[in-house]
Design a protein around this ligand. Structure first.
Ligand code: 99T
Length: 202
């Protein structure tokens, strides 16, 4: 399999962490590819009309996206306990938490594009602040549900850890740990896992 990814992408990092945790990483060739909303990447566009990474090329020649679908696909390929829970109560709570983490990443990424890609004279601060409001509310909600991040490994733990890692990488000035001791403690221990250390964005 091939994973079209970029080291900075928290979405791709989720896939790498899940692959590492489930022993699938040796079966995946990492293909480093830069994408931005304003530069055409014909290879990525041909595989994913949305022009976004990650994309997984399976051994059957399928191009799978987005990160949620790729993670669930990889979770079907190993024999260890499922990282997408099957028991209904656990499943929907976990997927909701993972969606919250993904939404946090998406809002943060929009701010990143607004500030780093959009020409200065076109930047709209109120809009970026609106996105950062989503990030802050998501952080508060994660802190309130931090007990759901304990216990056996599941996809929401991975998604939350990658979202927080993205804030550390691109938004250090946010100081997200302030006032969020539960989340800070979760991240301190989760970020020490080999799967996280080997996928740290540089
Ligand atoms: O938006 C674009 O045109 C290109 N952006 C991407 O491909 C980003 C890279 S993260 N990926 C996504 O937005 C994927 C979102 C999708 N829902 C998923 O896979 O879950 C780049 C981060 C950075 O450089 O700071």
């Amino acid at each position: 399999m091939q994973l079209i990814h970029a080291p900075a992408s928290p979405f791709a990092r989720k896939v790498r962490v899940l692959a590492s945790e489930t022993g699938l990483l040796p079966r995946i060739e990492l293909v480093d590819t830069a994408v931005l909303p304003v530069t055409l990447n014909e290879r990525v566009n041909a595989l994913n009309p949305l022009g976004k990474i990650p994309v997984l090329l399976t051994d059957d020649g399928e191009a799978l996206f987005d990160s949620r679908v790729i993670c669930e696909y990889l979770d079907s390929l190993h024999d260890q306990p499922r990282l997408f829970p099957i028991e209904p109560t656990m499943r929907w709570r976990t997927l909701r938490l993972a969606a919250l983490a993904d939404g946090l990443m998406e809002a943060a990424l929009l701010v990143r594009y607004e500030r780093a890609v959009r020409p200065v004279e076109l930047q709209w601060n109120e809009w970026a602040e609106g996105q950062l409001g989503k990030v802050r509310r998501a952080l508060l909600a994660l802190e309130a549900h931090v007990e759901e991040l304990q216990g056996p490994l599941h996809i929401a733990q991975i998604a939350v850890a990658c979202a927080l890692g993205y804030l550390d990488f691109r938004f250090a000035e946010l100081d997200w740990r302030k006032g969020l001791p539960g989340l800070a403690s979760f991240q301190a221990s989760f970020a020490a896992r080999a799967s996280m250390v080997e996928s740290t964005p540089a």
